[in-house]
Design a protein around this ligand. Structure first.
Ligand code: PEP
Ligand code: MG
Length: 324
């Protein structure tokens, strides 16, 4: 039996019919890097950088952030490290930032909205650190993405920040490089407008935790509405399908970094929907890699087509033969 077992660590995985699927890990702090490497992640699909800002009295400076990003890159020699710029607000408070008291923080000033607004200085520091880290990468590739984007203007403004900060660094003689650039698709607006975003980015990463919350108007973490906020709801699946379909003919890969990506019972469906990369908590990386290796993409596409015909979550679950 031992001979039949494949050690999937540090081996990229492909489907039974030979399609590469990247299986990456989500990290919050540098302490998450060890488990990500040990479990055989191909890279980091989501570095939640707000964790660098939590549990302290003041924000990390440019050098501290630079070191953190370089550490992540060094952990994955040939892999990709996707760093998400600050996603503060909503459920992620930071005491020294003096966040506004909002009635509906999930619908308020969070993510890119703060980075282009009250946290513009913090954003600039982070962008400087990222541009420097991208230049230092030797082997691994740095990618950056913006959280909670809902308009093309936000994407443009975010991108312009990277370009203008790069020009500043150039004029200071500081080595820097523009990283691969993407956005998270985690608002219905981004899913509806995905065809307009796609030409301006290198990739999308679908954040199903927020996407399910906003598509279904069901607060994440609220058990009273957890059945509604489930990523197996047909409306959520349609939003994912619309996002992937919008990239057809565009040079734009699509990943997923919400919890759904780490559910091995859904791997075949996600491959069938056309995801190129799945990023999850390190603990499920081996299971998802094993599920990818068993998947045939033609069967997976057929499964996805059937699932997209479902009227209800119960029907989705039935098709996927899941316990409900
Ligand atoms: C998501 O919303 O799915 C996501 C991955 O981001 P976070 O959970 O950090 O909001
Ligand atoms: Mg999110």
């Amino acid at each position: 039996a031992a001979a039949a077992e494949v050690d999937i660590r540090h081996e990229s995985v492909e489907t039974a019919d030979g399609v590469d699927i990247e299986v990456a890990a989500n990290i919050g702090t540098l302490a998450d890097l060890g488990p990500a490497v040990d479990r055989g992640a191909d890279g980091v699909g989501l570095f939640r950088t707000e964790f660098l800002f939590l549990d302290r009295e003041s924000p990390p400076d440019e050098d501290e952030q630079y070191e953190a990003y370089v550490k992540a890159l060094e952990s994955f020699e040939d892999g990709r490290v996707v760093v998400r710029t600050l996603d503060i607000g909503g459920d992620k408070p930071v005491p020294y930032l003096d966040l506004p008291d909002e009635e509906n923080p999930f619908l308020g000033e969070r993510g890119i909205r703060r980075s282009l607004g009250p946290d513009a200085d913090l954003f600039e520091t982070q962008v400087r650190a990222l541009l420097r880290a991208a230049a230092s990468a030797d082997g691994a590739n740095l990618s950056v993405m913006l959280p909670l984007v809902s308009t093309v203007e936000e994407l443009r403004a975010g991108r312009e920040r990277f370009e203008s900060v790069a020009a500043d660094l150039d004029s200071e003689g500081v080595e820097n490089e523009l990283p691969e650039f993407g956005i998270m698709v985690e608002t219905p607006a981004a899913a509806f407008m995905a065809d307009r975003f796609a030409p301006h980015v290198d990739f999308f990463s679908i954040g199903t935790n927020d996407l399910a919350q906003y598509v279904m108007a069901a607060e994440r973490g609220n058990e009273r509405v957890s059945d509604l906020g489930d990523y197996r709801q047909p409306a959520v699946l349609r939003a994912i399908d619309a996002t992937v379909s919008a990239t057809e003919g565009e040079d734009c890969w699509v990943g997923m970094c919400g919890e759904m990506a780490g559910d091995p019972d859904l791997t075949e469906l996600l491959v069938g929907l056309g995801l190129d990369e799945l990023s999850m908590s390190a603990v499920t990386v081996p299971q998802v890699k094993a599920a990818v290796a068993e998947t045939d993409t033609a069967d997976a596409r057929e499964l996805a087509e059937r699932v997209l015909q479902a009227d209800t979550k119960a029907e989705v679950a039935e098709i996927l033969t899941l316990d409900q």
